[in-house]
Design a protein around this ligand. Structure first.
Ligand code: OGA
Ligand code: MN
Length: 290
């Protein structure tokens, strides 16, 4: 089988066929996939009916898994899935959709805001790999926006205005935007803001990108309302349809995206029906602040 690459939106995304992720892949293919993601930002691999072990093995080709601790309100004994597999479903331990007032469910709704995974960590994530095990019947598309093209298209004045700005990111900011404010003292400690450059260089290509995320809630040395307006304006610019690929999920889809040059969000879906999505995350290499 030879690899075929088909672009999805002229500015973002490609579909890769001719690859079977139930099997180990060789270094040559890893290099081809890495070059493709450098270029397209997100890759869709259709018809990959993989299990957790195969997903973990595929992920490890691109680097070590990110340590998932501190990224959620769940206690470790509440995890439905095995180590290293992040539960992005709407399901509880009993395999049924969580109740409307379930705290985990409400927290998870934060994924419906534009974000870059783990931007709330000192070293934010490199790649995320999401496998669709059960697709929801209504809605639940995932949208991806290209932060490199969005940066390139800014005028020179805006570029120089934001060049050296440092943002503070926290899960409390993204959840706070949804009115989810009841954090325990332990969670407040765990979700303490971290600093990230607003303009970062891609660690592989060197290209400048906008490092936006709904986790970004303040800017160092800027008044809060000014900071929020600036972040909103930039997000509005960066998520115009021309920069966005909308993925409509089919069972067996595996989607890999580069958090270092894209943002994403999931759209609303029928919460009374299952949506079983499982994520693995490749750790980033370094903080964005030197
Ligand atoms: C994620 C995420 C979106 C989705 O896994 O990081 O934001 O479609 N998921 O579930
Ligand atoms: Mn995410």
């Amino acid at each position: 089988m030879s690899l075929s690459i088909e672009t999805l939106n002229p500015n973002i995304g490609a579909r890769l066929r001719g690859i079977d992720l139930t099997q180990p892949i060789d270094r040559g293919l890893v290099t081809e996939i890495t070059s493709a993601i450098d270029e397209y930002g997100i890759l869709v691999f259709p018809d990959q009916y993989i299990n957790d072990e195969q997903q973990r093995a595929f992920t490890l080709n691109f680097g070590p898994l990110e340590d998932a601790s501190g990224g959620h309100i769940a206690k470790s004994d509440e995890n439905r899935l095995s180590d290293g597999i992040i539960d992005v479903s709407n399901l509880g331990m009993d395999g049924k959709p969580l109740a409307k007032d379930n705290r985990h469910h409400l927290f998870n709704l934060g994924n419906m805001l534009w974000h870059s995974d783990s931007s709330f960590r000192t070293i934010p994530a490199a790649y995320s790999i999401l496998s669709a095990r059960v697709v929801n019947p209504v809605g639940g598309n995932t949208e991806f926006a290209n932060m490199r093209t969005a940066y390139d298209d800014l005028d020179e004045h805006s570029k120089s205005e934001i060049e050296d700005l440092i943002c503070e990111h926290s899960l409390m900011y993204s959840r706070g935007e949804l009115g989810f404010l009841d954090f325990t003292d332990e969670e407040k400690e765990m979700f303490k803001p971290v600093r990230q450059r607003l303009v970062r260089e891609h660690p592989r290509t060197g290209a400048k990108t906008l490092f936006l995320s709904s986790h970004a809630g303040s800017i160092v040395d800027m008044q809060m309302p000014m900071a929020r307006i600036l972040l909103r304006d930039l997000t509005e610019h960066a998520t115009q349809p021309k920069y966005v690929y909308v993925h409509k999920w089919q069972a067996g889809d595996l989607v890999m995206w580069d958090n270092q040059q894209t943002m994403h969000r999931v759209r609303r879906y029928d919460q009374s029906q299952p949506r079983d999505m499982r994520r693995t995350t490749v750790a980033g290499l370094a903080p964005t602040i030197g």
